[in-house]
Ligand binder design. Structure first.
Ligand SMILES: [Zn+2]
Ligand SMILES: [Zn+2]
Ligand SMILES: [Zn+2]
Length: 128
């Protein structure tokens, strides 16, 4: 068989911060001419794994590390709704609320507030 034509395609995902996109998938189509004069086409689709290592559809980019993670590894900050990867979200979960992931900024703020409230509680007992 003689190759008579090849086509290459590339799907790219861009983060809001970077100019260079990340490969989402590539396609490759090759057309051959058989000895009998027929055209045979082969198509290959190559899917890239996300930065989290999963082969799931992309969920979004983490605002803290810029990684493109899949739908399962993508969460939002419980307080300010900033997009986060599960790695960053899991590092700083809300101590009192289940599945409440926090970004670095909010985690620091909420932790500080709790400590402050703890100190002020004896003096402000009428508040709650
Ligand atoms: Zn991250
Ligand atoms: Zn993932
Ligand atoms: Zn936040």
């Amino acid at each position: 068989m003689r190759e008579i034509r090849a086509e290459y395609g590339r799907a790219v995902i861009h983060s809001p911060w970077a100019v260079d996109g990340e490969d989402a998938s590539r396609t490759e189509v090759r057309h051959f001419l058989t000895d009998d004069g027929a055209i045979v086409s082969h198509q290959t689709q190559r899917e890239s794994a996300r930065d989290c290592g999963c082969l799931k559809p992309p969920g979004g980019f983490c605002a803290e590390c810029g990684r493109l993670v899949c739908v399962d590894c993508f969460v939002h900050c419980w307080n300010c709704n900033k997009p986060l990867c599960l790695c960053h979200g899991n590092e700083r979960r809300h101590a009192e609320i289940e599945n409440a992931w926090l970004c670095g900024e909010c985690h620091g703020r909420i932790k500080g507030k709790r400590i402050l409230r703890g100190i002020l509680k004896p003096f402000l007992s009428f508040e709650e």
